[in-house]
Design a protein around this ligand. Structure first.
Ligand SMILES: C[S@@+](CC[C@H](N)C(=O)[O-])C[C@H]1O[C@@H](n2cnc3c(N)ncnc32)[C@H](O)[C@@H]1O
Ligand SMILES: [Zn+2]
Length: 152
């Protein structure tokens, strides 16, 4: 096979994460600005996605990504490995939505092989954010300036 016909090696792989469960880790240097992966899944309404069965031991676990038009991408259905990317308060990646409503994860800075990829979820929830909700969305990113929550 000619080198040009080869699929480029993936820049990431899924491994167990010190932050939470599974995470996504760089397999090579990823340059600032490089798009790493698309956040794929079923596009649906908040109402529909919220009606799905919750994961038993962690009811606040989420695979939902909010879109600008008010809908969500539910990566629990037809999702790809982007659904394993964890949150960080000092993230090396950021998510962006293109003009067609597709969501991609890109590097905010140069990322070295072995680093875990993360972006700031900036989660928003309905209702009052009291101590119970803060605990439910507690952050374990380990950043020096961790704000303590995955909420915006
Ligand atoms: C899109 S999933 C990320 C993959 C997740 N690690 C897993 O194995 O399912 C999002 C969920 O991961 C957990 N999570 C992600 N980042 C976290 C963080 N910084 N601190 C605590 N939990 C986190 C939360 O339960 C969150 O709802
Ligand atoms: Zn944090």
């Amino acid at each position: 096979m000619a080198p040009s016909a080869r699929k480029p090696a993936r820049a990431w792989r899924v491994l167990s994460s010190p932050i939470h469960g599974r995470g996504v880790f760089a397999t090579r240097t990823i340059r600032k600005g490089e798009t790493v992966i698309e956040y794929r899944g079923r596009r649906t309404t908040w109402e529909d996605a919220s009606g799905q069965p919750e994961s038993g031991d962690d009811p606040h676990h989420t695979f939902l990504f909010s879109l600008d038009d008010g809908r969500v991408i539910d990566a629990a259905v037809r999702g790809n490995s982007a659904r394993w990317i964890n949150h960080s308060c000092a993230p090396n990646c950021e998510a962006y939505e293109d003009e067609r409503g597709r969501v991609f994860i890109a590097a905010r800075r140069t990322i070295r092989a072995g680093e875990e990829l993360a972006y700031d979820y900036r989660l928003s929830i309905d209702g009052r954010v009291g101590p119970r909700m803060r605990k439910a969305y507690a952050c374990r990113c380990g950043a020096r300036r961790c704000r303590g929550t995955m909420l915006a």
